[in-house]
Write a protein that binds this ligand. Structure first.
Ligand code: SF4
Length: 392
């Protein structure tokens, strides 16, 4: 079982009106220093769950093969702060030479000196929150950067030696025509990143965009147009040599996000920082444990070791969660691996009705099944929520 570490960095320069990720405005450097110390304390304190001589020993100790700094805006931490956290992870869990260490960065917050410095503390993968190469769309999204900042950040990341860069792009925004969307995709392809993530704009509860929508100050993109944008992007990126390996993610061969694959494969990951979630397998029972920190920085700084444990996952929970996430992957589910892992045949678990209903999606070209695997097609990715609801 592979193991990843997630560190949530809850700071942003300003709040984007569409975003519901937990973050606070970074007021001063002292707060970030306190936060870094708290994360180091949390990781250090967490070691008791891994030590076989501890009464709290519950998880197998394994060196992580991926570390992911997500946010918020992790690039608001200094290279020294990032280095301290990586050093504590190494100290607590051990270190693997070939591990992937990703840092999400806002293009406006980095320069070549910063990028070289984070590389020297171990970061080897950069995820740039570009969102669009159109300044009008960036303004609409309330982003603090312009297209030129993203181009500059990408160039400087290459100069600093990053050979694994991911770019995030958003579509389905009011006023974003197919031409504007295609132009952003083409600009991304000119840069030739190793990985591209595409997100359809969602109106999340509690965001400014959702309020504007309810007040009639904003409109949702027509779902048909949204889906056409998705399909156009998939065509363009596949034509340029990217593998469409997950509903929203495209990678050049060998550059899939190792960390995010843990979520889709239901592998173990430990999350640190306010709002971070974890899924770890209890080494005695073999059951999955989920726990999380409340998204509350003040509370976290007071006691970073306080986590909320959930009920252990039952095998049925694990099978359902695995199915829902693994069907997001283009390779789908290997039925043999499924029965090896869970001790039950895939269709025996889901039953004849689900099999019949899934069969109707096969007939319409939304899904495929052969002896070994079941998977969704691109057409199926487009209505994935409807198909995945069969397995809930
Ligand atoms: S910078 Fe990223 S995390 Fe921060 S508010 Fe904007 S979208 Fe959300």
């Amino acid at each position: 079982m592979s193991f990843g570490v997630y560190v949530h960095v809850p700071f942003c320069k300003s709040k984007c009106p569409y975003c519901d990720f937990y973050s606070v405005i970074a007021r001063d450097d002292k707060l970030k220093e306190k936060y870094t110390e708290a994360v180091v304390r949390e990781i250090h304190g967490f070691a008791k769950y891994f030590r076989s001589d501890s009464a709290d020993h519950v998880f197998m100790k394994t060196a992580p093969d991926s570390i992911y700094f997500g946010g918020g805006t992790p690039s608001l931490l200094t290279p020294e702060e990032i280095g301290k956290i990586i050093a504590e992870i190494d100290e607590t869990f051990g270190s693997q030479d070939t591990r992937e260490i990703t840092l999400e960065a806002n293009p406006k917050t980095v320069d070549k000196e910063y990028l070289s410095a984070i590389r020297s503390v171990g970061v080897n993968r950069l995820s740039l929150g570009v969102q669009s190469f159109d300044d009008g769309i960036l303004r609409k999204l309330g982003r603090a950067h312009k297209a030129a900042d993203a181009l500059e950040a990408f160039r400087e990341a290459r100069e600093a030696g990053f050979i694994n860069i991911s770019i995030d792009l958003i579509f389905g925004i009011e006023g974003q025509t197919m031409e504007i969307w295609e132009a952003s995709l083409e600009k991304a392809l000119e840069l030739d990143p190793e990985h591209i993530s595409l997100y359809s704009l969602e109106f999340m509860e509690g965001t400014v965009f959702t309020r504007w929508l309810s007040e009639g100050r904003m409109k949702e993109t027509d779902p048909e147009e949204d889906r056409l944008m998705y399909e156009r992007a998939a065509d363009l990126l596949k034509g340029a040599g990217y593998e469409h390996y997950e509903i929203s993610n495209f990678a050049k061969p060998g550059f899939e996000s190792r960390h995010n694959l843990k979520y889709w494969n239901l592998d173990d990951y430990a999350g640190f920082g306010p709002g971070a979630h974890s899924y770890m397998t209890d080494h005695l029972t073999g059951q999955g444990q989920r726990y999380y920190h409340l998204p509350d920085l003040e509370r976290y700084l007071e006691d970073p070791l306080k986590v909320e444990f959930m009920e252990p996952n039952s095998y049925a929970d694990d099978m359902t969660e695995f199915t829902i996430t693994a069907l997001r992957l283009s390779r789908g589910i290997d039925k043999y691996e499924f029965s090896e892992r869970f001790g039950q045949d895939f269709w025996e678990f889901y039953g004849d009705l689900a099999k019949l209903q899934f069969g109707s999606f096969i007939d319409t070209g939304h899904a495929e099944e052969d002896e070994e695997t079941i998977r969704l097609t691109l057409k199926g990715f487009n209505i994935s929520n409807q198909i995945l609801s069969l397995f809930v």
